[in-house]
Write a protein that binds this ligand. Structure first.
Ligand code: SF4
Length: 885
């Protein structure tokens, strides 16, 4: 019988509700949950493609020790023994957990409890350190607690939405759609986008401020000063609910309008307009994410923003407030359980003796960590120095995502004992593990996650556990029991953990802490199963309907007041003669983190199939790179080779490169290998968006493009980038060394059976080649090699993997690399949901479509998740402008 299960998307911090339907034949489909208050049925391209990522291809299904299969008992005994021995011989701080915003709250809670309460160390940090720890530090400085004051509804109600350091259109697409819809309904609503790049988010902006990298503090300090000078301060709010105003103003007053212009590089008119808009508009929401957080001045940036909202009293009221948007699906849940090395559980402070005593009494634990543990960057540096003897990595891939990634890889290799819990067998990190433990994946595991607006939602299982895969919380509890902590970890189900987590949140709280979900203490398995999405706080016995914080003060410093923080702009330019470009790393629309899941979807890979670097045309010209050429990006820490994407969206002197690609999908594209381990001094968050690099043309003898039914094996090329494609795989290539015989190379890489001869040719003089291998009417592989970037239409070539090639003429057309007149090339994919390419959109515009909506009517493009609407608008506008010239 068909089964429909309500659950939550496992990707970004928007936390969209989805309905997973399992048909009788086991086929899964995923749609948006119309009742979920975070998305009301909307999904982005990644959420829409979830069903394409749940196959068992590449999964680890049984525990492994040293690469050989092992039983659970053997593996868990070994993990417990190694951690116990390290603690006995070297002390509690010689072991560490490195966990993830991908974990469910229940997993996170057990990991934190084991490390902080029973091992007695705070050496548990998380990849959320790389995502939003500057927001946590900024909130705690200003509010006395890590409190996100607003809700998504504020985005509908605001008259001005400021998006700073946030490419919402690609990184939080459903929120972007929500703002776009609100603006379409109320055209008077204004949107300001602050970003050095003209990202797709700027598509809905009334004003785009292309500030220089890392000059946000100057911008908001200048705004603070302007608000004061123009009488926009809410004197009553400031007097009743805040302290430190005078010092903050004194610091801000030292930064003149001229200095802001100089630091940010903005035209005066734009800066004036932004300050005017902010001053004149009561209902303002300022959303910020990684562009603010991932900076050596991230915490100051956050406080510079908070100062402006506190000064105007625009916080915690409908349509008003600062809004930190988390990157990961459960970054907020991790904060709730104290999953960062410098926090305790339930938003309590590790520095507070009272809080430590409270948590220890609640857990009845033998010890409690009495000082902050090692933050992510420090943790891997300590490992490199030999101070960490046993490490457990859960649900994350630090060899790809950590800054100074080569050094992190070396540190993991040098660590005496490394455990990795993951769902994927072959990741850049798991290949260095002594023990690999198979975890449950999305659709198999069960628990809760918290999104950016403090909404806790259930992730529910709708698939059976594959092989011997086990929930992360159970793995942790089993190890804890083997370490002697039997009673405290005697959990049988996630509902028990959630209930305990709720009880700790309410324990001796009485309104003294923001995080309180005491209403759910003691919920049983049925109630847990039926748990509807809810926003905290939800204290016991109180029907609280207002979930915003701080409209009437009530901050969490001892005096109940918020603190203004005196912040000053720091020098932001890191470039020098050797490294003259500023590298900014980030996400793209259709991939998630290190691609272990989204990389499985041909549809998602069709949008951008290669690692790339976005360069301004004049920069590209100066370093001699043409369109589709290859570019080498280098810093003192490492280098990558990626495709050049030349675009006016990029500011001169700046380069953008995505953080997703890794050694499984490309030859040398781990961009975090280039990023040095520079961190914010307060939050420890790495600065991933302002890296001084050199960029130069990467010269190859031959470029190549290939499609293949089977996954290519070891291309052994200086540049290669692999992606899933409909019916097989696609491979981009660049060779620096000569290849003796292309046909032999193809046979090996595409695993061509003996006896299959290629159709095509090799030019003996140039070395160019076009070769195709057929098995009856079926194309096995086709490879195009040339001295210039290969101009073969990618989507057309991919379609040949599923086409019938019984006809000899079709085979020759394939080798020629030319679509027949009856099958025009759709061009690069723009709309992943309906597979619509750029050439089709251009044709629709030439046929009379003058808007995104008109294109949608003709091609369906942009009518499902809407993530591509900004790109469609770009194509439409470009065509119309060209026609008008
Ligand atoms: Fe998932 Fe997209 Fe929603 Fe984020 S916006 S939670 S990735 S569907």
């Amino acid at each position: 019988m068909e089964k429909a299960v309500k659950t939550t998307c496992p990707y970004c911090g928007v936390g969209c509700g989805v309905i997973a339907t399992v048909a009788q034949d086991g086929t899964v489909s995923v749609t948006g949950d119309p009742d979920h208050p975070s998305n009301y049925g909307r999904l982005c391209s990644k959420g829409s493609a979830l069903a394409e990522t749940i196959d068992l291809d590449g999964r680890i299904l049984h525990p492994e020790i040293g690469g050989r299969p092992a039983s659970w008992d053997e593996a868990l005994d070994l993990v417990a023994e190694k951690f116990t021995t390290a603690i006995a011989e070297h002390g509690p701080d010689s072991v560490a957990f490195y966990v993830s915003g991908q974990l469910l709250t229940e997993d996170y809670y057990v990991a934190n409890k084991l490390m902080k309460g029973f091992v007695g160390s705070a050496n548990i940090d998380t990849n959320s350190r790389l995502c939003m720890s500057s927001s946590v530090a900024g909130h705690r400085r200003a509010f006395g607690a890590d409190t996100v004051s607003g809700t998504y509804e504020d985005l509908d109600l605001a008259d001005l939405v400021v998006l700073t350091g946030s490419n919402l259109a690609w990184c939080h697409p459903v929120l972007y759609q929500r703002i776009a819809a609100a603006k379409a309904k109320r055209p008077g609503m204004k949107v300001v986008v602050i970003d050095p790049r003209r990202t797709m988010t700027a598509d809905i902006a009334d004003l785009h401020l292309a500030i220089r990298p890392d000059t946000d503090v100057a911008l908001f300090v200048g705004l603070f000063s302007h608000l004061v000078s123009n009488g926009a301060v809410d004197q009553n709010y400031v007097a009743a609910h805040t302290s430190g105003f005078a010092d903050a103003f004194a610091a801000a007053g030292g930064v003149s309008f001229g200095e802001v212009l100089e630091r940010t590089g903005l035209p005066a008119m734009q800066l004036r307009e932004f300050y005017r808009l902010f001053t004149a508009t009561e209902k303002v929401v300022t959303c910020y994410s990684q562009g603010v957080n991932q900076s050596s001045s991230g915490t100051d940036k956050v406080n510079a923003i908070l100062n402006c909202h506190l000064a105007t009293g625009r916080i915690g009221k409908p349509g008003m407030g600062p809004f930190s948007l988390t990157g990961q699906p459960n970054a907020m849940g991790g904060r709730e359980v104290g999953g960062l090395a410098n926090m305790l559980a339930a938003h309590m402070a590790i520095e507070s003796a009272d809080d430590r005593d409270r948590v220890q009494r609640f857990w009845a634990s033998p010890s409690i960590a009495d000082k902050p543990g090692l933050k992510a960057v420090d943790l891997f540096q300590a490992m490199a120095e030999g101070r960490i003897k046993a490490l457990w990595i859960m649900a994350t891939n630090p060899v790809v995502s950590m800054p100074d990634a080569e050094a992190v890889e070396a540190a993991i290799q040098a660590c005496p004992f490394v455990v990795v819990s993951d769902i994927i067998k072959q990741t850049d990190t798991a290949r260095h593990a002594d023990v690999v433990l198979p975890s449950l994946g999305w659709g198999e595991k069960s628990g809760t996650v918290t999104n950016s607006e403090r909404r806790i939602s259930r992730q529910r299982a709708f698939l059976d556990a594959p092989g011997e895969a086990m929930a992360d919380w159970r793995q942790l509890a089993e190890v804890a029991r083997r370490m002697g902590f039997v009673e405290a970890f005697a959990y049988d189900a996630p509902a028990e953990i959630f209930s305990e987590h709720a009880a700790l949140s309410a324990f001796e709280n009485a309104g003294s802490r923001d995080f309180d979900i005491g209403a759910h203490v003691g919920l049983d398995a049925d109630a847990y199963d039926a748990l509807e999405p809810f926003q905290w706080p939800r204290p016991m016995g109180q029907a609280r309907t207002e979930t915003r914080f701080f409209a009437d003060g009530g901050f969490y410093h001892a005096d109940g007041k918020a603190r203004f923080i005196a912040v000053e702009p720091a020098d932001a330019d890191r470039t020098n003669a050797d490294y003259p470009f500023t590298l900014n790393t980030g996400r793209i629309r259709d991939q998630w983190h290190t691609m272990t899941r989204t990389g499985k979807s041909a549809r998602l890979s069709s949008h951008i199939a290669e690692p790339f670097a976005e360069l301004h045309p004049r920069d590209a010209m100066e370093i001699g790179i043409g369109n589709a050429g290859l570019v080498e990006i280098e810093s003192p820490r490492g280098r990558v080779v990626v495709r050049a994407l030349i675009t006016e969206r990029q500011a001169r002197g700046s380069i953008f490169a995505p953080m997703h690609w890794n050694d499984q999908f490309a030859a040398k594209a781990r961009i975090d290998a280039v990023v040095p381990a520079i961190v914010d001094r307060l939050s420890g968050q790495p600065a991933s968006k302002n890296v001084a690099v050199a960029a130069r043309r990467f010269t190859v003898r031959h470029y190549g493009f290939a499609v293949s039914q089977v996954k290519p094996v070891d291309p052994d090329a200086a540049y290669w980038a692999l992606a899933k494609a409909e019916g097989g795989w696609r491979l981009e290539l660049g060779f620096t060394d000569p290849v003796a015989e292309w046909a032999d190379w193809c046979r090996r890489v595409f695993v061509i059976p003996d006896g299959v001869e290629p159709l095509g040719y090799t030019d003996a003089q140039t070395g160019d080649a076009r070769l195709a291998f057929f098995d009856g009417p079926r194309l096995l592989a086709a490879c195009f090699l040339a001295r210039e970037p290969v101009a073969v239409a990618r989507n057309w070539a991919i379609a040949q993997l599923s086409a019938d090639h019984a006809n000899l003429r079709k085979r020759f057309a394939l080798v020629a690399g030319r679509p027949g007149a009856d099958k025009p090339d759709p061009g690069a994919t723009v709309c992943a949901c309906f597979g619509v390419g750029v050439n089709q959109i251009v044709a629709a515009v030439r046929g009379g479509c003058q808007s995104v909506e008109a294109v949608g009517k003709v091609l369906n493009a942009g009518t499902n998740c809407g993530s591509c609407r900004a790109e469609i608008r770009g194509v439409v506008d470009g065509c119309l402008a060209a026609a008008a010239e």
